[in-house]
Design a binder for this molecule. Structure first.
Ligand SMILES: *Cc1c(COP(=O)(O)O)cnc(C)c1O
Length: 300
């Protein structure tokens, strides 16, 4: 199914003129799916690659995880029972609406302490197998080969359309950047992943793994920057907030957990002169609208 998802590339002329660059945006936030984002490509590819439909899907993520939300919607559409191992503070005002969504989608979930995630995942698949059911465990964030390959294919299409000097995106577990980097490898476009949480070295290694899965050569250059994590996953400060406000003021919907950090990275590359006047930048929009909508009043 994933190869059927379009790569919609739009130009943002007014915001581009404001920044002195040619700004294009790949709208994965507009994939035909509720609360769309990069998890739609990754998870649909992961499910399409399964040889048989499992009796249970198991995965983990934060209460506000777009990965868990997207999986729960797809599993509901396909009628596959799902168990989510979640972590985070259930007492936040916005946690209730996040959990209500999982409940309404019919996904089973438990909220555990971060140190218990691995055990809880194991328990969920052991319980299933003791009942004679086959479970499929998807790594957090859908950090899988199928996910990386889906992004390589999407980037093949998008890069052919607009041939940018730079591709800039929010990078977390790394399969999105790895796939795009595999596609761009050997070509003129430079791919810059702006970390939303991880430090440079472990983050870069995860992206490198994903690039290999998508067929990149071992000497591929991975540009993964941790200069805009701005307090870490689920936290942000004034720099991210300013980037989010600037985006919305030009009709580009950004969020403080992912895309706002990536756009703050883009802004500082423009400010420093690393991106020169008139260069063509493809901002790969990875979603995050749900994160924006719960961002007022708490730190997420
Ligand atoms: C998950 C997510 C990312 C990070 O994608 P990775 O493939 O894990 O690096 C970026 N942006 C949004 C909105 C996400 O939900």
């Amino acid at each position: 199914m994933s190869h059927l998802l379009p790569s919609l590339v739009e130009s943002f002329d007014r915001l581009g003129a404001h920044l002195g660059i040619e700004l294009m945006v790949c709208r994965d936030d507009l994939l035909p799916f509720p609360l769309a984002g990069n998890k739609v490509r990754k998870i649909s590819a992961e499910l399409a690659a399964l040889v048989t439909t499992p009796d249970l899907l198991v995965t983990n993520g934060a209460i506000y995880s777009n990965h868990c939300r997207t999986l729960a919607v797809m599993a509901a559409q396909q009628g596959i029972p799902t168990h989510l191992v979640l972590h985070g503070n259930v007492n936040d005002a916005s946690a209730k609406s996040a959990l209500k969504l999982f409940h309404d989608l019919g996904a089973g979930f438990t909220v555990v302490a971060p140190g218990r995630i691995a055990t809880a995942l194991l328990e969920a698949s052991e319980t299933a197998s003791s009942e004679g059911k086959a479970s499929h465990v998807i790594p957090g964030g859908c950090h899988t080969a199928a996910g990386a390959i889906a992004y390589r294919d999407a980037a093949n299409e998008a890069l052919a359309k607009c041939q940018p000097d730079y591709v800039i995106l929010a990078s977390g577990t790394g399969a999105t950047q790895g796939g795009i980097a595999a596609s761009a490898c050997g070509g003129p476009s430079r791919v810059v992943g702006v970390s939303v949480a991880r430090q440079a070295q472990p983050g870069r290694e995860a992206v490198l793994d994903a690039a290999f899965w998508a067929g990149a050569p071992p000497d591929i250059n991975i540009d993964f920057r941790d200069s805009h994590v701005d307090g870490g996953y689920g936290h942000h400060g004034e720099a991210t907030e300013r980037a989010v406000r600037l985006g919305w003021a030009y009709g580009l919907p950004l969020d403080p957990t992912y895309t706002g950090k990536a756009f703050a990275g883009l802004l500082s590359m423009v400010r420093s002169g690393e991106i020169r006047k008139g260069e063509k930048v493809l901002f790969w929009h990875t979603g995050g609208l749900a994160n924006y909508l719960v961002s007022v009043g708490d730190k997420n």
